[in-house]
Structure formats: C-alpha cells, structure tokens
Design a protein around this ligand. Structure first.
Ligand SMILES: Cc1cc2nc3c(=O)[nH]c(=O)nc-3n(C[C@H](O)[C@H](O)[C@H](O)COP(=O)(O)OP(=O)(O)OC[C@H]3O[C@@H](n4cnc5c(N)ncnc54)[C@H](O)[C@@H]3O)c2cc1C
Length: 421
C-alpha cells in the first residue's frame, strides 16, 4: 500500500468495492474506524465473480489463493470455507514438443541450468533496473527462462518476463550480491537472516467459489457499502483508493496531473478466461490430474494455459462425469485475441484442448469472460506511478492507495498487507 492514514481521524472513505477495497474496509472497521465504501457499480467484487452454470461454477478472474497461517487466520475470521488441492492432484505441467511434461527441460538443458545457478555471472545485473528476463538469463539460464519462468509469469501476469521489472514484480528475487551466483546469494541470505523458516503457502480455493470471499467481506460491511456511487472528485481524508489505475488517473486529472499521467502509463494485460466443461466419455485417455498446464510460446498452441479445476478442487462440477477446466487466452503477446468472437474462441479452445487432452468429442459448455484490462503489467511504469503517488497524492497522512498495482497483484499479497493499516 502507498501512503498512511491520518491517525487523528477515526473515519475513512474507501473508493472501490473490489476485493482490495473490501479487505481494507474489513481491516479498518476491526480497528474501530467508521467506514464508508463507494462503489460505482451495483455489485461488490470488481474483477471477482463466480458465475453459476448448469454444469458447475465458473470463475471470471481469480480462482484460488496461496494460503499461509496468516492468510488462513483472516479467511477463518471471515468464515470462508477453504479447500486444499485434492490429494494426488498437485502436478503442474509445461507443454513441450506435443506433450504435457512435469519437467520440461532436456537433460542437456538441466545440466546447463545447474552449472549456471552455481556460477558467478559474467555480467551481473543492475538489481534496480533489470527485467525479470535479464535476471533469469544471468542467474538461471535461457532454457529455464523459456520453459519454466516465462510460462509461469504468463500464468500470473499474462505478460512476458521481458516486460516485468524484477524489483517490482518479484522483489524477493532481487540479488543482494549481484556478483555472486544464485546459490551464493541464497546461502548469504540464509546466513544473514536467522529468522525461523516460514511454512510454505498452500494453494487453496473457497468451497463456494471466490464469490464467497466477497460475500463474507460484504456481510461484515453490510451498512457501509454504497452502490452506484461513482466518485468524480477526491473526498477529504481519510481516504483509501482501491480502484484501477486509469480510474484513479481520471479522479486526479484536475488536482494532481503528474500522478494522473504516471498512472495512465501503467499497462494492463488483455485476457480471456474460459471455463470449459467436458464429459468423461469425451476423453480417449484418462482425464489429466493435477493443478494445470502452462504453454510456452512457440509450442504451436495459441492458448496460454489451462487450470484443471475439477481435478485440483472438489465440487467444481455438478456431476462426477463432468470435468471443469479454465483456459486462458490473450495476454500481452496476443492482444488481438480480444477481438475474437465467441464462436472463434470456442473453435480455438476445442481444437487445442483436443490436441492437449486427446479428446474425441468437443466440450459440453464454455463460459467466456473477456478482460480488456485484466492485470497490471509490473513494469518500470508501475514503479514510476508508485513514486509519483508517494511524492504527491500520498505524501501527507490521510490518503492511501491500496489495490493490485500498489504492491501485490495477488489476493494473498493484499491480505498480508492488511497489517500495514
Ligand atoms: C483473469 C484473472 C485471474 C486472476 N487469478 C488470480 C488468482 O487465481 N489468485 C489471485 O490471488 N489473484 C488473481 N488475479 C488477480 C486479482 O483477481 C486482482 O488483482 C484483484 O481482484 C483486483 O482487485 P481490486 O479490488 O484491486 O480491483 P478491481 O477488482 O478492479 O475492483 C475495483 C473496483 O473499483 C470500482 N471503481 C472504479 N472506479 C471507481 C470510482 N471512481 N468510484 C467508485 N468505484 C470505482 C470498480 O467498479 C470495481 O468494483 C486474477 C486476475 C485476473 C484478471
């Protein structure tokens, strides 16, 4: 989050009732603040919505979150029932040379990667200005960049590692000693920090879909949310701004043109998410088990990845003979995908899922959601906008920005940041 509240005032206005605005309202109300939330639309949740279909739930955006004990405590307090990944379904795949593989590198590439992570770099990176791709090429190698990091990053940001600023997107990867190897940095960090080892987070999903998180937050803020209230100018402090960068830029045009310009520069990846339902008898082999598959570019498929919803989590379909998948299409590498008609999207998905899963018949149903501006691309532009907000709008206590470009794009990151209020 950017900025601080004025501790002398015990009331706060929050703009935006997406998950970040609701989380802010929940945390601040608990601290005794009198909270008001203004939401321009007629519903809370913003990007997040679980649609109900005849075949099962279909998420429009986020489908799961990484949960550690701190996040679990918040979800528990809210009363959100969570499921962990089904036993035996933890596998994650990368598609390469026509097959889904748990380890996509060749023997030779694996050896090269091992050598690289133990070797001092020939040319260390500048940790502040390096892209994620430069970091990976320097400390891990080209094969890992292409077949491990790039598909993973596409799955999270729908953008490429070349576009992401290391220090903005993955600050924990910034090497403390750029001249040392990756392993050297890891060992130095371990020596200098004697903190107890934290439990690794687990992937979990709400039993009743992501909408349940929104519903539980909403119920804690039943009288505080005002719908159909589009803010046209900034209210007095205290205010928490939890709205996308272009909307905040519009609010700031008159009073803060510098911050408005910087916010407008933030790019968003375009993305299509499709929940696809397929019957058991459409598979010529067993349906795939695991969390999902990511598709590197240049492997002959247009889709970016597939989440295996019903393999990973229970209750994702109405009947056991139905299987649910979420397919992602578009991203910064394929913005034209957003112009495709529903029919064209359906054709691409069916053709490519047939290749991927060896299907004999097409899917039963597809639920399509298009996002022209899905996820902020964590490039240098995000850092510049944050700096501009710190220098201007948020320079004095009373105004905060708390949303998915202020620090962390994930819901887990937002929950962890609540202690900053
Ligand atoms: C396809 C996709 C998949 C994702 N998957 C995951 C995932 O699996 N796990 C995860 O952790 N994260 C995931 N994310 C990221 C996460 O969902 C988002 O970062 C998060 O939902 C953003 O929430 P927000 O509240 O910051 O913004 P938004 O959801 O955009 O909410 C902003 C709200 O502000 C309102 N608003 C805007 N302007 C005004 C105004 N002037 N006055 C009043 N109201 C206004 C809008 O109507 C909206 O309701 C995913 C994102 C996408 C797009």
């Amino acid at each position: 989050m950017i900025g601080t509240l004025d501790p002398n005032r015990k009331s706060v206005t929050i703009i935006g009732a997406g998950v970040s605005g609701l989380l802010a309202g929940y945390a601040l109300k608990k601290q005794g603040y009198q909270v008001r939330i203004f939401e321009q639309s007629s519903r809370a949740g913003g990007l997040i919505e679980t649609k109900t279909t005849l075949q099962g739930p279909a998420e429009s955006a986020a489908h799961s979150l990484m949960v550690n004990p701190e996040v679990e405590a918040v979800l528990c307090d809210l009363g959100v029932e969570m499921y962990g990944v089904n036993p035996g379904s933890h596998a994650r795949y990368i598609y390469r040379k026509g097959k889904m593989r748990r380890f996509p590198l060749t023997f030779f590439e694996a050896i090269q990667t091992l050598i690289r992570i133990f070797s001092k770099p020939a040319r260390p990176i500048d940790p502040e200005s390096a892209s994620l791709a430069e970091w990976c090429r320097t400390y891990v190698g080209d094969a890992a960049l292409k077949y491990l990091l790039a598909p993973f990053v596409t799955g999270v940001f729908a953008a490429s590692p070349e576009e992401l600023l290391l220090s903005a997107a993955f600050p924990r990867l910034v090497p403390e000693f750029p001249e040392k190897s990756l392993v050297g940095n890891f060992l130095s960090k371990r020596k200098s920090k004697s903190a107890p080892k934290a439990e690794p987070p687990r992937m979990m999903a709400p039993r009743f879909g992501m909408t349940d998180l929104i519903a539980k937050l909403r119920s804690k803020l039943a009288t505080e949310i005002e719908y159909g209230r589009k803010l046209e100018s900034l209210p007095d402090s205290n205010v928490v701004l939890a709205i996308p960068a272009p909307d905040l830029a519009t609010l700031l045009d008159a009073n803060d043109p510098m911050a408005a310009r910087a916010l407008r520069e933030i790019e968003y990846s375009p993305l299509i998410t499709c929940t696809v339902f397929i019957r058991s008898d459409s598979f010529t082999k067993n349906p795939p088990r695991g969390v999902g598959v990511l598709i590197p570019r240049d492997e002959g498929l247009r889709i970016l990845g597939v989440l295996f919803n019903s393999s990973a989590f229970p209750e994702r379909t109405k009947t056991p003979e139905m299987h649910s998948y979420t397919v992602m299409l578009g991203g910064t590498s394929d913005p034209k995908a957003l112009e495709l008609s529903d029919l064209q999207i359906r054709e691409i998905i069916e053709t490519e899922l047939k290749t991927l899963f060896h299907l004999r018949a097409p899917s039963d149903a597809i639920e399509i959601t298009r996002w022209k501006k899905a996820i902020p691309v964590y490039s240098g532009k995000v850092r510049e906008a944050r700096e501009a907000l710190k220098r201007t709008l948020c320079s004095r206590p009373g105004t905060m920005v708390f949303t998915n470009y202020s620090k962390d794009v994930s819901i887990r990151g937002m929950i962890l940041a609540l202690k900053g209020f």
